[in-house]
Design a protein around this ligand. Structure first.
Ligand SMILES: [Zn+2]
Length: 283
C-alpha cells in the first residue's frame, strides 16, 4: 500500500513539474510557465524564436516561473514551447504546447483625411526617437524582481476603452488600442501598481507626459497623458505612491489615463497580466 502511494505521489509530482496557464491563450495576453525541479541550473525557454529566462519563484525553493507574452499579431495556432535546463552538467529539454486563440477584439472604424495621419518630418523624427528609446527600455530585463505583494489598479475608475480594440483607418487595420483607458478628469491622482524603479518620466509626442515603471524581470507598467509627473527617472517607487496626476497631454481627444504593460518587450493586456500574476503569487 505504502509503495503504491509513493508511486502515485511520484507520478503526481512528475505531472506537475511543468505547468502552463492558460493552455489556450488569446493574442496579446500572457501565459505563465511554472517549473518545479530540484538541482537544476539555467532554466530557459524558446517560444517562436523568442528566448525567455525562467526566474526563481520568490521565497520558494526549486520553483521557477516564466512569463510568455503573446504578441497581438501572433498567428492563431499551436506553438511548441521548448524548455531547457542543466542538471549534473547535462542539458535537458522539455516541450509544452501553447495554443494561441483569437481574442476577438472589437473594431473601431476611423475615417480621417490623409493630412491628419501623416506626420511632419520633424514630428516623425521625434516619434521614431521616442519609440527607439522606449523599446530599449522594454527589451532590457532587470534580474531582480521588485514586486511587493499583489498588483493594484492605478486608479479606481470606469474603463472607457478596452485593451485591444482594432483601429481601422480608412479601411485598413493600422493599429490596435495598446492599453486600457480609465476615466480620469484632469488632476486625478494616479498610483504605482507595484514597487519598482521609474525608468522613463518625460513628455512624448503621442503619449504626452509619461511614466514607465520597471518592476524587474522584464515587467514594465506605463501611465500616459498625465498632466503632472511626480517621479523622476531613476527613482524608486512603492506600490500606491502617487506617480502623477491624470491629464490630456499628447495625442488625445480628452482627459483619461492610458494604462499599459510590456512583458519582455511585448505589449499585452494589462488587466489580464495583473490577474495572472496576482493569482500565481509571483512576489
Ligand atoms: Zn488608451
Amino acid at each position: 500500500m505504502k509503495k503504491i502511494l509513493i508511486i502515485l505521489i511520484n507520478f503526481f509530482i512528475v505531472l506537475n513539474a511543468l505547468e502552463i496557464k492558460p493552455k489556450n491563450v488569446e493574442n496579446a495576453n500572457t501565459a505563465i510557465l511554472i517549473l518545479e525541479e530540484k538541482n537544476i541550473k539555467n532554466p530557459k525557454l524558446t517560444f517562436d524564436k523568442q528566448n525567455i529566462d525562467f526566474f526563481s519563484f520568490p521565497n520558494k525553493k526549486n520553483k521557477y516561473y516564466a512569463l510568455v507574452p503573446v504578441s497581438y499579431y501572433k498567428d492563431k495556432k499551436d506553438y511548441r514551447i521548448i524548455i531547457s535546463y542543466l542538471r549534473d552538467k547535462k542539458k535537458i529539454f522539455k516541450g509544452v504546447t501553447l495554443s494561441v486563440i483569437d481574442g476577438n477584439y472589437k473594431s473601431e472604424i476611423i475615417n480621417v483625411s490623409k493630412g491628419k495621419v501623416t506626420l511632419s518630418k520633424k514630428n516623425k523624427a521625434r516619434v521614431d526617437k521616442e519609440y527607439k528609446e522606449a523599446m530599449n527600455i522594454y527589451n532590457s530585463v532587470s534580474p531582480n524582481l521588485y514586486l511587493n505583494g499583489k498588483f493594484i489598479y492605478p486608479i479606481d475608475s470606469k474603463i472607457t476603452s478596452n485593451f485591444g480594440t482594432k483601429r481601422v483607418y480608412n479601411g485598413s487595420l493600422k493599429s490596435y488600442h495598446s492599453g486600457t483607458d480609465f476615466k480620469a478628469k484632469i488632476g486625478t491622482k494616479i498610483k504605482a501598481v507595484n514597487d519598482g524603479i521609474v525608468v522613463l518620466s518625460k513628455h512624448r509626442f503621442y503619449a504626452g507626459n509619461s511614466i514607465v515603471i520597471d518592476h524587474g524581470q522584464g515587467i514594465y507598467s506605463c501611465y500616459y497623458h498625465l498632466s503632472k509627473l511626480k517621479f523622476k527617472k531613476g527613482q524608486k517607487v512603492k506600490k500606491g505612491d502617487i506617480i502623477g496626476l491624470s491629464g490630456d497631454t499628447g495625442r488625445v481627444t480628452g482627459p483619461h489615463l492610458h494604462f499599459a504593460f510590456r512583458i519582455h518587450g511585448i505589449q499585452v493586456d494589462p488587466l489580464q497580466l495583473i490577474t495572472l500574476v496576482n493569482k500565481n503569487n509571483i512576489y
